[in-house]
Write a protein that binds this ligand. Structure first.
Ligand code: PRP
Ligand code: URA
Length: 209
């Protein structure tokens, strides 16, 4: 079963509280999401392998650590995942960014695929899928399936707000994938929105409602 890491750092929780508030406008919402994504990136990359290399400081030669191992790829689920990309790329400027487009059908609430563009060497990379919302878990689970169908073996999922149902769906479908999340909320409402949640993340980022 994939581990679930709840990232409850005070800075993340404080910024998330501001994001949840209905009066927070698109500009602040976007900035807060990007800041939280940077803070989450710090934790998500904590287990990256390191190696020692020989360097020379102004004082002497010495050994010092650098990140080694697989190259990284960030894959936002469109649209709302786009709001987390900058936060990751700020800290990992050499990573490649792929895009997976999924929308939830308003009737069935099931994800519908409409776009997929990934780096050509995606199967060799460690992939970090980002999407602020983990509601039924359908979108995240399908995005991970699409990546696995293209050969990806090392995948992490990073979400802002989820519910137990969505976490369990991803754990059931993809027991090899670790989930990083800032808050696990109570439940889904009749429209499959997270309660209390923060509303429709895509609409709040892009001001489309
Ligand atoms: C939202 C969100 C997730 C999905 C979560 O996207 O960004 O991708 O819903 O719901 P699920 O866990 O039940 O699948 P939405 O379909 O609203 O598209 P958008 O990002 O373009 O607004
Ligand atoms: N998608 C969102 O943007 N918000 C929710 O609460 C559920 C799905």
């Amino acid at each position: 079963m994939g581990q679930v890491h709840v990232l409850d750092h005070p800075l993340i929780q404080h910024k998330l509280t501001l994001m949840r508030q209905v009066e927070t406008g698109a500009k602040d919402f976007r900035e807060l999401l990007s800041e939280i994504a940077t803070l989450m990136c710090y934790e998500v990359t904590r287990d990256l392998p390191m190696e020692e290399i020989e360097i020379e400081t102004p004082i002497c030669k010495c050994k010092s650590k650098v990140i080694t191992g697989k190259k990284l790829g960030i894959v936002p689920i469109l649209r709302a995942g786009l709001g987390m990309v900058d936060g990751f790329v700020n800290l990992i400027p050499t990573c490649k960014v792929g895009h997976i487009g999924l929308y939830r059908d308003p009737e069935t609430h099931k994800p519908v695929e409409y776009y997929c563009k990934l780096p050509p060497d995606v199967e060799e990379r460690e992939i970090i899928v980002v999407d602020p919302m983990l509601a039924t878990g359908g979108s995240s689970s399908d995005a991970i399936t699409m990546l696995k169908q293209r050969g990806c073996k090392y995948i992490k999922l990073v979400c802002l707000v989820g519910v137990p149902e969505g976490i369990q769906k991803v754990q059931h479908d993809h027991p090899d994938v670790e989930i990083y999340i800032a808050a696990v909320d109570e439940k889904l409402n009749e429209n499959k929105y997270i309660v209390p949640g923060l509303g429709d993340a895509g609409d709040r980022i892009f001001g489309t409602k």
